[in-house]
Design a protein around this ligand. Structure first.
Ligand SMILES: *Cc1c(COP(=O)(O)O)cnc(C)c1O
Length: 313
């Protein structure tokens, strides 16, 4: 089944001023974001029983959409969820959401909740899974000022939910550890948080991975983290320009002693970190490797090998 079989908003509305808050696809229909609502009985809401993926559109082009679709379908399979669309069907719905919204810079999410059981059964196999998607204006972990001077992060003593409890490759909404980490950070006058893994090494933050640069070599935590697509893209960019990057344990001490630190997310790309727990990273300025990777990252958004255009009406 493809989205085209469903009633769609008129393509005449493809003006970002008509839908400043974006467009959603829900229960077979395209809707303005304000009308996209789900039942409070949905287990996605009651139990965080859901998986999702987020991709972005920049200058009217999706970036590495195929990788996001693959990760999303991997999550569905591991959680034993079924949706009435194949990969091409989901791609089409995402394109339609962006095209109808008219936004040329958009944060695009596909998600599936367990849904609810019509008989109030507690057996997840009885629930009817619910697929949704939406395209909203692009947001970033770091605002323009923070991009310029680098983010200030705090290292929380909270431990990221361990892989033995939940396979981190399933992108999920189990965010209470991350949200508690954020409050720790705010209490310490920082702007965002990094959590630890089960062994006390650095793991990741609320929706982002982290890299340390030392003597021109890059390292990022290998385990207990979501394998981010911006993280993967950073590896690809490093390979292209001859930088060594490895996934391995990164200790808190190593992060504090790094020459440069940056975080990676679809929500903002490659973002510099210049302060950890109030202390500057090296000289406290955004480093040259971070800047170079960031520039390359955005250049790649024009490359047809890594991006696909949205057909706006
Ligand atoms: C989405 C996410 C990331 C970043 O992944 P990208 O694919 O680069 O956006 C990192 N950690 C967590 C927990 C996430 O949910």
């Amino acid at each position: 089944m493809t989205a085209k079989q469903f009633p769609a908003l008129s393509a005449r509305h493809a003006d970002p001023h008509s839908y400043p808050n974006g467009i959603a696809f829900l229960d077979g229909q395209y809707l303005p974001m304000s009308e996209a609502k789900i039942s409070v009985l949905d287990w996605g809401f009651l139990h965080s029983d859901a998986t999702y993926d987020t991709v972005h559109v920049w200058n009217g082009r999706f970036f590495r959409l195929d990788l996001h679709i693959e990760r999303f379908f991997g999550g569905l399979e591991r959680l034993r969820m079924n949706i009435p669309f194949d990969r091409d069907g989901v791609v089409e719905i995402l394109h339609d959401c962006v095209a109808l919204s008219g936004h040329r810079a958009s944060y695009v999410e596909m998600l599936c909740t367990r849904g609810a059981s019509p008989t109030f059964s507690r057996d997840p196999r009885d629930a009817i899974n619910r697929f949704m998607a939406f395209a909203i204006p692009l947001g970033s972990v770091a605002n323009a000022e923070q991009m310029g001077r680098g983010l200030h992060v705090a290292i929380s003593d909270k431990v990221r939910i361990p892989p033995a409890s939940l396979d981190p490759a399933i992108k999920n909404y189990h965010w209470l550890d991350l949200v508690r980490g954020l409050y720790d950070a705010y209490d310490r006058n920082a702007e965002t948080a990094l959590l630890l893994d089960f062994n006390g090494n650095v793991a990741e933050g609320p929706g982002f991975n982290v890299f340390a640069v030392k003597d021109g070599r890059l390292a990022t935590p290998a385990t207990g983290v979501l394998p981010g697509i911006t993280r993967r893209t950073t590896f690809d960019l490093c390979a292209e320009i001859g930088l060594v990057a490895e996934a391995r344990d990164v200790s808190v001490a190593e992060l504090r002693a790094a020459d440069e630190v940056f975080i990676t997310s679809t929500a903002g790309g490659i973002m510099p970190v210049t302060k950890i727990d109030g202390a500057p990273v090296a000289d406290g300025k955004v480093g040259p490797i971070t800047t170079r990777l960031k520039e390359l990252y955005w250049q790649k958004h024009e490359d047809p090998a890594w991006s696909t255009p949205v057909a706006y009406p």
